[in-house]
Design a protein around this ligand. Sequence first.
Ligand SMILES: C[S@@+](CC[C@H](N)C(=O)[O-])C[C@H]1O[C@@H](n2cnc3c(N)ncnc32)[C@H](O)[C@@H]1O
Length: 474
Amino acid sequence: MTLTEELIPTERRLLFNKLADRLETAYNLSRKVVSFQANKDEPVYRWFKYKEGFSSALVKYFLTEYSIEPGKLLDPFAGTGTTLFAGQELGWQTYGIELLPVGVFVMRTREALNGIDTDKFVATTKEIWIELARMDEYDIHIKHITITNDAFPDETEVLLNKYLTYCSTVRDEKIQTVLRFAAFSVLEEISYTRKDGQYLRWDYRSKRNLPGKPFDIGKIYPLEEALKRKLSQIISDISGNATDSLFAQFAEQPSMRHPAHITEGSCLEVLPAFEDKFFDFIITSPPYCNRYDYTRTYALELVFLGQDSNQVRNLRQSMLSCTVENKEKREYLSQLYTSIGRHESFEEVMGAYASCAAMTEVNAILDELNMLNKLNNNNIPRMVKNYFLELCFVIYEMARITISGGYCVMVNDNVRYGGEEIPVDLILSEFAEIFGFHINKIFVLPKGKGNSSQQMGNYGRTEVRKCVYVWQKR
Ligand SMILES: C[S@@+](CC[C@H](N)C(=O)[O-])C[C@H]1O[C@@H](n2cnc3c(N)ncnc32)[C@H](O)[C@@H]1O
């Protein structure tokens, strides 16, 4: 047991002791495999880097290790659809729920690739630049919101609007989708911004009045250069020539592939609509409890997809609570369950949440730290409380809709606030156990460089656990 574990106060300590024999360092699951890194050079995945994603290798590993034959596979936090598309390749019927239009657009683009006329697509991409040079008027304009105003150099913005106007004239819907997607996936590199977790960072060359030290993002690409590169990457991946192309992936057994079922919305609302024991396998990774704001990080992509400021604000509130801005969803969940005639489920989940002593302890400690001004934001206790409460509902539903003997694999990180480690892995596993899962394993990723003695000396703390949980429905 490490020094930190010895010092963990009582309830978390007891829970740790209860589940200690399931914790196992997984030397075969590197950080690379668990993160998006392992995908970054793979065809299609490399078109748009969703850094919050995990790798297709991880999904395939669990599906083949824990299952004999393909059935129905779900990801309630589908992101850009790694679970769905990796499962599809292995013959699974896949279902994904995703709230952010960004991930939904990527998934729909991947679906549009099925049966796309590659020759026609290539021919269309050759016309684009001639058509754009001829275009004086354009009727599509990106409608910015406050946090994206002036994100592009003026000439880039004009060309982007012309390009979108051109796309709207392309009659073949699949080709139109992939052309729009090409622009969507270069937005960051043609802009003055960089994604930075809680917000966008702005380059000193933008028109904005920026406080603090000037930030230099390096080359800002002209739209034409970025788009041409992206389109040629797409063409190479969808044409039959490259050995690792999509075409090669499916050429041998195209009949194995079932269309992915993609639902845009909150899994808090969508999961209750599935019938009992519908799924054989769930592989997922919810947002982490780390204040990461998807709606600010992906603000450019959201306005590109037509979201206005109200819609972005609503999205931020509907997301699983993981930022200090999220308000409580208790009343909304109560009404939701009442409206579908399952108020007793609501009460059951609330009861399970309240019965988890480690959860109560974490909430009490965070409230106390807040009173002592030891947290760097007053809303951290609310965020943590609601993060777990909402996941408690998700886990309840996941247990209900998984067949007996089926698996749920979840990737998540523990977090620390005000110096207190919050054992996300243990608390969520406790919920899972209450709702009928057996906790098979909590695979702990080998510690990264953050745990070197030098780093520990610097920060005086060990790294929090990053884990993959394997739960099996009893
Ligand atoms: C860690 S990412 C998952 C990434 C995914 N595994 C992949 O490989 O692309 C978590 C996802 O949950 C989504 N999300 C957050 N709240 C949600 C909700 N209430 N319902 C559905 N999806 C939600 C986020 O938009 C984000 O895409």
